[in-house]
Ligand binder design. Structure first.
Ligand code: ADP
Length: 656
């Protein structure tokens, strides 16, 4: 093949493509020696390479040669570039110098030209004069090599600068996106932003891995172990981000767990790479990444088409496209898919990276927009709800106010009605009181008027009998009737007196003993015979109204006589104790029924068994009233089958 003469304008704006101009010798078993090849002993075996990449692996080494000359104005030193996938041994041998030793030059890598899939290898090619020379390359353990091209150093430098600009811009974008998303995260408290910031953080580090060595250490290639570790970090961040972007936790919790496990694996793999085993771990990491990318695509499709989660349409489509391209890269790296057409020094690749990040940012922005819309909807809904509740509340308050108004009016009417009723009642009460007063007055008047004729009748009945001769039964009967009538009159009068507001007791000092003894006087002989007086010796001085005390004691004695059989004795005892004079009246009657006992002192109360006996129900009431007016009391000490005992007590008169 004829030599290719490079000119001064070649390899400046773009590379001189050599792919068509190389010849290849396939050394199966890798047995040929460099001296022999360089000495031209195998020249006949070289053949044009033909289309497609070179495959120099599995024990077969490839010898590649090309002939170059230059025009006089062209520079003497050039850069040869080839693109290799997982390159093994690649060496360039300088043009054959007769008699000289073959000198092998190892390929150089530049950080800026580092590729995710393939690797650019650079060699210095010297064209000392305008003569044509053969240059030899030996490739072994390199499954894929192509993109043989030549650059002038000036063109190469320009290329590098351009690349650096793109990469720096790309890093700047990544950094800006990271910061913006961190701010969004702080503002909106949505962890999606934090996840994305994390992805961008890993991207910034990866960029830095490429650009920082290029700036600082004069094109020295960065540590590939570190690069592997950073790649793992990016994969971990991306997995977590995708899981968060598509809300795996909500739709497919197992996927969320898997994404976390995958991220953890990547962190572990990163640590292993850092420890110097990047080359060993990368195939595994690449295969796992392929699997995870396929899963992500599947899940996105499932969410979109099966679960009809339309809100993921945008992110899912973009994610699918991006993920798909990553998958292609991984497939190529693994050698499971042929590499695409030659990529030049990589400006388009760097631009693609920039584009990739911008797309990601769009995805996040879209999610944010949707979230914002949802939030706005939710707010509007909440506002509508609040308004509705408020309206309901107002309606209810209005209703309540109306009801309250009605019930207030009813209440007012009721108050008026009640007041009227009360006034009516007052009037009725007043007239009732007046009627009662008149009635009392009348009873008092009648009772009073009864007294004189009764006294006359009693005196007449008494005078019927002769002194010393027992009174005739008729006279006794008359006297008893008169007596009963007188007592009734007395009770009525006493009741009247006690209830008249103007009552004043006619208090005077008296001896209760005499008072008790006088009780016998009005009684007939039969009644008197039943009484047994048991009076403590000496006087019982008290202060009291003699007429009222007489009525009180009389009532007690009369009850005892009335409610016990005629043959039974009634005992009246007087004794002094604790500053009081006590008069006990004890009979041997049938007693008072238990249910009646609490009521016997009530006015007009009559025992349920006393219908046979005559009475008004006033006696005990008066007795109690009189005792209390005198500062004493009357009480039922005992009442049972043996009879009843009443005690009447009033304070003894203390010495002045
Ligand atoms: P009355 O005019 O009926 O005797 P009282 O006020 O004197 O009215 O007595 C009230 C009731 O107490 C009597 O109806 C009677 O049932 C009962 N009572 C009063 N004293 C006795 C008594 N010594 N023995 C039995 N019952 C009595």
């Amino acid at each position: 093949m004829s030599a290719w003469a490079v000119t001064a304008s070649d390899g400046l704006a773009e590379a001189v493509r050599l792919d068509e101009r190389i010849e290849v010798l396939r050394d199966a078993g890798s047995t040929l020696h460099a001296e022999d090849v360089l000495a031209g002993r195998h020249d006949a075996a070289f053949a044009p390479a033909g289309a497609g990449p070179l495959r120099c692996a599995d024990g077969t080494a490839c010898w590649v040669r090309f002939s170059l000359s230059r025009t006089p104005d062209a520079p003497a030193r050039w850069w040869l570039r080839l693109r290799a996938l997982r390159p093994g041994e690649v060496a360039l041998y300088a043009p054959r110098i007769p008699g000289g030793e073959p000198v092998a030059q190892e390929g150089r890598q530049f950080p800026l030209n580092w590729r995710f899939v393939s690797t650019d290898l650079f060699f210095n090619v010297d064209l000392p004069d305008s003569e044509a020379h053969y240059h030899y390359l030996r490739l072994a353990d390199t499954p894929h090599a192509d993109g043989f091209s030549l650059w002038q150093p000036l063109g190469f430098e320009r290329q590098q600068r351009q690349l650096a600009t793109y990469l720096n811009a790309s890093m700047g974008v990544a950094f800006a996106l990271m910061m913006v998303n961190l701010v969004f995260w702080r503002w909106l408290r949505d962890t999606l932003f934090l996840h994305f910031a994390f992805v961008m953080f890993a991207a910034v580090l990866l960029h830095a891995w490429q650009t920082v060595p290029a700036l600082a250490i004069d094109e020295q290639m960065g540590d590939l172990n570190l690069r592997g570790a950073l790649q793992c970090l990016l994969q971990a961040a991306t997995a977590l981000f995708v899981a968060r972007l598509f809300d795996y936790r909500v739709h497919a919790p197992w996927a969320a767990r898997t994404a976390k496990a995958y991220a953890a694996f990547n962190l572990l793999a990163g640590a292993v790479a850092l420890a110097g085993h990047q080359a060993a771990i990368e195939p595994w990491s690449a295969m796992l990444e392929l699997l995870s990318l396929a899963t992500a695509i599947g899940l996105a499709g499932w969410l979109l088409f099966v679960k009809q989660q339309r809100q993921y349409a945008w992110p899912a489509t973009l994610m699918m496209a991006l993920t798909f391209s990553s998958m292609l890269g991984r497939l190529q790296w693994l050698g499971w898919m042929p590499l695409g057409g030659d990529v030049t020094l990589g400006v388009s690749w760097a631009a693609a990276r920039l584009f990739y990040m911008l797309l990601l940012a769009i995805i996040v922005a879209d999610r944010t927009r949707r979230a914002e819309l949802e939030l706005r909807h939710a707010r509007r809904r909440a506002l509508d709800d609040a308004l509705r509740v408020e309206r309901e509340l107002e309606a209810r308050i209005a209703q309540r106010t109306r009801e309250l108004g009605t019930s207030n009016a009813q209440l007012a009417a009721e108050v008026v009605r009640r007041r009227e009723a009360e006034a009516g009642l007052q009037v009725a009460l007043e007239s009732e009181r007046r009627a009662l007063g008149q009635q009392r007055q009348f009873v008092a008047l009648v009772s009073h008027e009864f007294r004189t004729p009764l006294a006359v009748i009693d005196a007449a009945a008494q005078s019927i009998g002769l002194p010393g001769v027992e009174a005739s039964p008729r006279a006794v009967k008359i006297r008893r009737a008169v007596h009963r009538l007188a007592m009734l009159v007395d009770n009525c009068l006493a009741e009247e007196r006690l209830h008249a507001d103007r009552l004043k007791l006619r208090i005077e000092p008296l001896d209760l003993r005499t008072q008790v003894e006088d009780l016998l006087q009005p009684l007939g002989p039969a009644e008197r015979a039943r009484l047994r007086l048991d009076l403590q010796a000496g006087a019982a001085p008290v202060r009291g109204d003699p007429a009222l005390l007489d009525i009180a004691l009389h009532n007690l004695v009369q009850n005892a006589i009335k409610y016990s059989p005629p043959e039974r004795e009634v005992r009246i005892a007087l004794h002094l104790r604790g500053g009081e004079a006590c008069i006990d009246v004890e009979d041997q009657g049938g007693g008072i029924r238990a249910q009646d006992q609490p009521r016997i002192f009530e006015r007009f109360f009559r025992g349920t068994t006393s219908a046979k006996a005559s009475g008004t129900g006033l006696g005990l009431f008066l007795c109690d009233e009189i005792a209390r007016r005198h500062g004493g009391a009357v009480e039922l000490l005992r009442s049972d089958a043996r009879g009843s005992v009443f005690r009447f007590r009033i304070p003894l008169q203390t010495q002045p």
